[in-house]
Structure formats: C-alpha cells, structure tokens
Design a protein around this ligand. Sequence first.
Ligand code: ATP
Ligand code: MG
Length: 251
Amino acid sequence: EIDVPESHPRYQSLLTRHRIEDGVDRGITTRQGLIAEGRGEAFDYLLGERTISSSDDAARVAAALLLLAERPAISVNGNVAALVPAETVDLAAAVNADVEVNLFNRTDDRMRSIVAHLREHGTDEAGVAVRGLDADARIPGLDHERATVDADGIGNADVVVVPLEDGDRAAALAAMGKAEVVIDLNPLSRSAQAATVPIIDNVVRAVPNITGHARDLSGASRAELEATVRGFDADGALGAAEDAIRSGELG
Ligand code: ATP
Ligand code: MG
C-alpha cells in the first residue's frame, strides 16, 4: 500500500507517517494528530530513531509496575490506534490491562471507529476489555471533554499507561494518585515530566518493548518487581534522554 524502498534511510519513519495519514483517512486520527506526529518525528530524529538504553530501562520498570498493578489501564488515542493497534492489544494481554479509548477531541463517531479498530485487532480473542464508551467518571481539575473517563477503566485504575498524552491530563491523572507510565519522545514535555515512569521513545518501539519486558518478568516474584520499580529514577531518565539529544550522535 506504500511504496518506500526498505533501503531508504527514513524507511521506518516514512512507514509510521503513512500509518498516521491512513488513520486520518479512516477517521481514527485527527489533523491535530498529524501535527503531534510531526513534533514526535523531530525528537525521534534527534534521538537517532532508536531506543536509548535509559528508555529501555524505563520500559522494563513500566513492565514491572504493570505486573504489580491491580487494575492497570492503557489509554488509546487516535495516534496510538493508528500506529500500534495490535501491539497495544498484545501489551494489554501480557499485563492483564484494559484498554480505554480516550480522546482529546472526543466525538461519538471517532470513539466508535477506534473501538471497532481495536476489536479488529483482536481484543476479544485476547480477552482484553475495550472501554471508553461508558463515560461515567471524571478526572478532577479538567474541563468536561477532557475529564471524561470510564469508572471501570481509567477512573479506578491504579496504574495507567498514557502514550502521547497531553500535559494537563497527565498532570491531572498524577494528581489523582495514579502511577503513570508516559510514552513521549520529548523529554521536556509536561506529560513526560508528570510521569512516574517516563519512557522517552517512539510509541512504535516502546509498546512492544514493554510487552517483551513483561514476558521476560512474568516469572519474577513480587519482591523482585518491587525492587525494579523502587530503583527507578524518573528525573535521571529524563536527563539521560536530554543528554542523548544534545550529544547529537545520530544512530
Ligand atoms: P505538553 O506535554 O508540554 O503539554 P503537548 O502534549 O501539548 O505538550 P503536543 O503537541 O500534543 O504537545 O505533542 C504531542 C507529543 O507527543 C509531543 O511531545 C511528541 O513528541 C509526542 N509524540 C508524537 N508522536 C509520537 C510517537 N510516535 N511516539 C512517542 N511520542 C510521540
Ligand atoms: Mg505532551
């Protein structure tokens, strides 16, 4: 469907961009989502379009946190649905999380399209609950649209994964006392700074990476998982990503 030679130096990046364009055509992703993708691409370019080691460590901590969680939830917006639908379902299945569609610009049509898109990527077969349509709870401190969540999903979750979340919402979720895993390519973004575990990486690499770590840690004891989480330094991880960008060693 897309004609990019694999030898092209920006092959992965062009594929990712195409998936976002396709998401817009299908009514899953918004035009604002295209702009967010552009901002992400710029940071990914500066990171060398690779998973730096501090972000791999953060992904492992995120996996441990999710395995320890009682009610984990993964938030899905239009960009996440376009870029990593199957990978998100895999992660949810690996850590027993619900997925919840949660949109910056919430419309019924888009909510339904994304729920259907996730179902097409195997949520039922994987035993993963898809939430977001109940809209029966609110996040305190946000305006109506942005505050809406499902009580049985993000509303009562103890650990939330929020890829590409807007900064205000990430801060409001943290203020509710939830442990938050944020995946964002910009280490300076307010979202990343509000996170319990910031993963400075592209969502297309980070989501399957967390799943891999979760599978790897599936036999670990609670004590081992807790030690993994306790040893994590969020500010250190943000600083390491900023250093990687400033050092300018493109991968
Ligand atoms: P702030 O967090 O400071 O409030 P924002 O969230 O309002 O900023 P947006 O313009 O919504 O800023 O930016 C979207 C964010 O998503 C950017 O930080 C960008 O780096 C990140 N992003 C975009 N695409 C990806 C991707 N594929 N993987 C990871 N992060 C991405
Ligand atoms: Mg942000």
